[in-house]
Design a protein around this ligand. Structure first.
Ligand code: CU
Length: 403
């Protein structure tokens, strides 16, 4: 299949999956429920809610036919959703089933500093096969997330993120203002799949070599850029040691350039739909666990921005395009006031592509599930190609394309 054929196949696929009959079918709706972070059930131990997280490498599908090896909490991308009440005592037992080091950082939570998950600052890395127990009180209220803090650039885009929601069930400040029944969590990320493959393999090989050398008493700390103090590093540089980052003077840097953009680990056409009914109000929790800025635009509506970094904003205001920076969470309220099927997508349209091809990426649909039957009818696209007898068919475009 050449590029042009591929592009037209993509267009056919997009037209198909946007048909109201397809999007509103019961089967689609059932499938759709699996496209949101799955709740993690705690074990109640005394007055503590105890959760178990493990990390392993799995094969994950961003979109049909696009599978990659990825780091997954509990075999899920994103990791399962942890949802607790404000003030709950929380324990998370974290088991490392990979051959790599990891930690978990609780982004936006006010945990004791020893629980913050920053390797060599608050704790030693959780080594292969090891377990680490995180304990803290759930504060503050709102939409937060967790992610790995070891090799953050690689491990985060390789799937190590999940939502962490702290609720105030009896006195929710947003529900008071905008009574809603349904809510959705959307976790955004961006992935350079070539960088992920190269770096994950490289890291696994380095770890294997490191273990071998350690076992044989030949481990060379400088080669692996490990120093006991900053002074030790400075002294080594003085004596001629070249830190790894100086080597890029001789070659282009290997910073990732994302080619896949995901919502809840899926790229269009696999992205989740947001279902709403006329007159209904829904809450959508947006989490940016990736490295890219997203400018999310909703067609046909002005939503309310109600929380920023989990914190209720003093005065909600309306907009139709928001800026979701890396590390930020924003909560919005959508009021079902304009029935139909509406797209909700990054207006930096480079991010609504899969490996450079449009449509793809973080494109998703707000769908009114009570759309009347007459609006579900598909208007067939008729090709008006009435040929006169003897007329020659000329399919070549008048302007040459790029191939
Ligand atoms: Cu990690």
């Amino acid at each position: 299949m050449n590029r042009r054929e591929f592009l037209s196949a993509g267009a056919a696929l997009s037209a198909f999956s946007l048909l109201p009959a397809t999007i509103l079918a019961e089967k689609t709706k059932q499938m759709n429920a699996t496209k949101f972070p799955q709740p993690l059930e705690p074990k109640i131990v005394g007055d503590v809610k105890e959760f178990e997280l493990f990390i392993d490498i799995i094969q994950h599908e961003f979109a049909p036919g696009m599978r990659v090896h990825i780091l997954a909490f509990n075999n899920q991308i994103p990791g399962p959703e942890i949802r607790v009440n404000q003030g709950d005592r929380v324990r998370v037992k974290f088991k490392n089933k990979t051959e790599l080091n990891h930690t978990i950082h609780w982004h936006g939570l006010h945990v004791p500093w020893r629980m913050d998950g920053v390797p060599y600052v608050t704790q030693m890395p959780v080594m292969p096969g090891e377990e680490f127990v995180y304990e803290f009180v759930a504060e503050p209220y709102g939409t937060h997330f967790y992610h790995c803090h070891w090799g953050t650039l690689l491990h985060m885009q390789s799937g190590m993120f999940g939502s962490f929601i702290i609720e105030n069930p009896d006195d929710d400040p947003i529900k008071k203002q905008f009574p809603y029944e349904r809510e959705y969590t959307l976790v955004y990320s961006a992935h350079d799949t070539n960088f992920m493959r190269r770096e994950l393999n490289g890291m696994l090989e380095r770890m294997k070599e490191r273990m071998y050398l350690m076992r044989n008493g030949r481990f060379d700390k400088e080669r692996f850029a490990l120093f006991d103090s900053k002074q030790e590093l400075l002294d080594a540089i003085e004596r001629g040691y070249q830190p790894p980052y100086s080597l890029s003077r001789r070659a282009p840097s290997d910073l990732p350039v994302p080619n896949w953009f995901s919502v809840n680990g899926k790229s269009y056409p696999s992205t989740p739909n947001l279902y709403i009914k006329e007159g209904e109000t829904i809450r959508v929790r947006l989490i940016n666990a990736g490295t890219e800025e997203h400018f999310l635009h909703l067609h046909g509506h002005d939503f309310w921005l109600v929380c920023d970094d989990g914190l209720p904003v003093p005065q909600p205001w309306q907009q139709n395009t928001l800026r979701l920076s890396p590390g930020k969470t924003l909560d919005i309220i959508i009021e079902g006031k304009n029935r139909g099927l509406w797209t909700f997508h990054d207006h930096d349209t480079r991010r609504v592509t899969n490996n450079g091809l449009y449509p793809g990426g973080n494109l998703l649909v707000l769908a009114y599930e009570d759309l009347p039957d007459e609006e579900r009818m598909v208007r067939p696209m008729k090709m008006k190609m009435a040929m006169k007898p003897g007329q020659k068919m000329n399919m070549l475009p008048k302007v040459a394309l790029d191939e």
